[in-house]
Design a protein around this ligand. Structure first.
Ligand code: PEP
Ligand code: MN
Length: 341
């Protein structure tokens, strides 16, 4: 961190800041310029970070500039070449291939999940998505089939050579889900459920961490840090749209977050244009944009009969639309030196 003092800061004010930095156990490097004095703070520990940040309101201080990130294990500098995660069944994410997960918002029945699994696999998806424990905004909405849903999903995925990604909402569900899923999804509403994140830090399974609807990129990376600091480095980050002043669509898809996260972190980044827009006709344009912007994967809602879907039918693609989208993103992937098998 660097403390920029006002040009007219007094010697006493500068000395006070230097003393506080030292009290917190750091070194203070005072650089006196023609117009102002700058104080560099050097030290390894993060323990007194908030006390240092509080100095921004001390007399004589204009601003404090952070030059190192508060996230460490997730930082690009930790693994400059990028992380490639093995998801199983020969599928890796974070490398040259753009990996697609597709399926319904929620598992609804054996017929529904078997039908859609066959269709998305044929179109080129590598993972079957679907919720068994659903985080619905209303307690009166369909809440998912629970463990029965996981069984149906595993069965449908295995019959079609797919991996399974499904949402975990509570630490108590981790154990139940372990045998059924290949990737644990943390939903937007739980991105800052630190108890859940710590629980996921203790398992040996990839976690797809979705950005909270009001979370900054830094907060997303700090949530990844919770999982990684527990020992589980298998984290995939997901941009799924954020709340802004714009209300035309369900969310504002932050496409720029993809290259921003790729530069800040070594972790793979996927995009969810379904929740990012909330409208079926906007899913394909945002999916194409995400691949062009450097996403390592996509997660897309597809339903055999969206009109009768128990959740998110409005944003679910018809199977034919998904097949068409796969053809388009294959071409876009090639244009940016990636591929979709
Ligand atoms: C989902 O993927 O089904 C979901 C609920 O997404 P989000 O957590 O991004 O709202
Ligand atoms: Mn959904």
């Amino acid at each position: 961190m660097i403390v920029n003092m006002f040009g007219d800061a007094s010697e006493e004010q500068i000395n006070h800041i230097v003393a506080r930095i030292k009290e917190c156990g750091y070194q203070a490097h005072v650089i006196r310029g023609e117009e102002r004095t700058v104080i560099g703070i050097v030290g390894k520990s993060d323990r007194h970070r908030s006390e240092l940040e509080a100095l921004s309101s001390a007399p004589g201080v204009e601003e404090i500039v952070k030059i190192s990130h508060p996230f460490k294990l997730a930082a690009r500098s930790c693994r400059p070449e990028g992380t490639v995660l093995d998801l199983g069944k020969g599928v890796t994410i974070g490398g040259r291939e753009v990996v697609v997960a597709a399926g319904p918002c929620a598992v609804e029945s054996a017929e529904q999940i078997a039908d859609i699994a066959a269709k998305v696999a044929k179109a080129g998806a590598k993972l079957l998505r679907g919720g068994a424990f659903k985080p619905r905004s209303s307690p009166y909405s369909f809440q998912g089939l629970g463990e029965e849903g996981l069984k149906l999903m595993r069965d449908a995925a295995d019959k079609n050579g797919l991996l399974v990604v499904s949402e975990v909402m509570d630490p108590s569900q981790i154990e139940i889900m372990m045998p059924y899923v290949d990737v644990m999804q943390v939903g937007a509403r739980n991105m800052q459920n630190y108890h859940l994140l710590r629980g996921l830090g203790e398992i040996d399974k990839p976690v797809l961490l979705k950005r909270g609807m009001s979370a900054t990129i830094e907060e997303l990376l700090l949530s990844a840090e919770y999982i990684m600091s527990g020992g589980n480095y298998k984290v995939i980050l997901c941009e799924r749209g954020i709340r802004t002043f714009e209300t035309y669509l369900r969310n504002t898809m932050d496409i720029a977050a993809i290259p921003v996260i790729k530069s800040l972190s070594h972790l793979p980044v996927v995009a969810d244009p379904s929740h990012g827009t909330g409208r079926r006709d906007k899913v394909a344009p945002m999916a194409r944009a995400a691949v062009a912007a450097g996403a390592d994967g996509l997660i897309i809602e597809v339903h055999p009969d969206p009109e009768r879907a128990l959740s998110d039918g409005v944003q679910s693609l018809y199977p034919d639309q998904f097949t068409q989208l796969m053809k388009e993103i294959r071409l876009i992937a090639q244009a940016v030196d990636r591929e979709i098998a």
